[in-house]
Design a protein around this ligand. Structure first.
Ligand code: SF4
Ligand code: SF4
Length: 371
């Protein structure tokens, strides 16, 4: 990591301009439909200036403040996931020719150079997990091509939501790696550090000033406060043994009473990667497109195998999600599948809180029944 330098707030547009000159399509946070989402953004003035978020179980609201900061919010519903692992992606097409022969052709879309600005530490941790999956066991060429063209400008998190618990999973709020460039926002501007050769090269092209010792002290204090202000936490980082030893815990019935099996938690989770495949066939039989779509382990169909449903009720589907997320991932990827972003808490319509469920499951059944 390079020594930090300061980018004055009034010069932030230079970051977008230099990335554009290098052929990157810039993607950044912006307010849309009452939430902060990532989409094309080449104008720094379109960042969510003076916007914060209030998040609680089953609740996400934007708040407006009289300050000029543009990254003083915690994550919205999106992570990097949709940019690299599309919600719907055509994989191949089969065509029937005039002679009746069928031809299969893979659908390849050239990957664009994209730069994402504003990525948080929890989502970088999730990206590392997706890399392990899609560049490892799953060996997905589309993901690999998109990943190779991605430039990441991360931002230290200074305003975690009430639902965040990245400090307890060890994934935030400070950015420690996984990005090309990292920013720490202060009132007057941004501390900038290059983490890769590409990031350091971009730094060289920005109108930077030396960072003062006061800037460095303030940045450190803000990040420390962001960590210590988080009130939620998971009960330990490896829950594998305790969860698998409690598959008949009464809490599974309790949570199944509250869970709608809607799959919102899976859709917003930056690490979930279940998918299904579907054939989109033309009615005249001339061609068919094979699609990959996000799926959820909360749906009955996702557990359909050889004529029967393996997980026939919400109790077993919620249990599948949680035991895999907090337990099975340790065997597959060497760590928990939860990076503490808190999205599944805020976007659950009934406010189910993964930290509360995990804590309840760690108690002996009798103690849990008493609470
Ligand atoms: S399980 Fe919930 S808190 Fe953990 S990474 Fe997924 S959405 Fe975030
Ligand atoms: S835990 Fe919440 S978001 Fe997830 S499936 Fe159940 S009701 Fe939906």
């Amino acid at each position: 990591m390079t020594e930090a330098h300061c980018l004055p707030r009034a010069r932030l547009q230079a970051l977008f301009d230099r990335l554009g000159e290098r052929g990157f399509r810039c993607i950044g946070p912006q307010v849309r439909d009452g939430a902060i989402v990532y989409d094309d953004l080449s104008d720094a003035s379109a960042l969510p200036v003076g916007i914060g978020t209030h998040q609680a179980p089953g609740r996400y609201r934007l708040e407006h403040y009289a300050h000029a900061r543009c990254f003083a919010w915690s994550n919205g519903p999106q992570a990097l996931k949709p940019l690299l692992f599309a919600p719907e992606e055509p994989l191949w097409q089969v065509t029937r020719g005039a002679d009746g022969r069928v031809t299969f052709a893979s659908i390849e879309r050239p990957a664009q150079r994209r730069a994402v600005i504003g990525v948080r530490a929890c989502d970088l941790a999730a990206l590392t997990l997706h890399d392990a999956h899609f560049l490892g066991a799953a060996a997905d060429p589309g993901y690999a091509a998109r990943r190779a063209e991605l430039f990441i400008v991360a931002v230290d998190c200074s305003h975690p939501a009430d639902t965040c618990f990245c400090a307890s999973t060890g994934d935030g709020p400070a950015v420690t790696g996984g990005a090309d460039l990292t920013l720490t926002e202060l009132d007057a501007g941004f501390l900038v550090r290059g983490l890769t050769d590409a990031g350091r090269s971009l730094m060289d092209a920005l109108p930077l000033l030396p960072a003062s010792s006061d800037d460095l002290r303030l940045a450190k204090a803000e990040i420390e406060h962001a960590a210590t202000s988080q009130r939620r936490q998971l009960p330990g980082r490896n829950l594998r043994d305790v969860l698998f030893a409690n598959l008949d815990h009464p809490r599974w019935d309790d949570v199944a009473e509250r869970c709608l099996a809607c799959g919102n938690c899976v859709a917003v989770c930056p690490t979930c990667f279940c998918y299904t495949e579907r054939e989109d066939a033309a009615l005249d039989g001339s061609h068919s497109t094979h699609l990959r779509l996000w799926d959820t382990c909360y749906s009955a169909e996702h557990s359909y195998l050889h004529g029967r449903l393996l997980r026939a009720n919400t109790r077993t589907r919620y249990r599948q999600w949680l035991t895999h997320k907090l337990g099975g991932w340790h065997d597959q990827y060497g760590r928990s599948g939860c990076v503490g972003c808190g999205r599944c808490i805020a976007w659950c319509p009934t406010g189910i809180d993964i930290t509360a469920e995990a804590a309840a499951l760690c108690k002996p059944p009798a103690a849990e029944t008493d609470t």
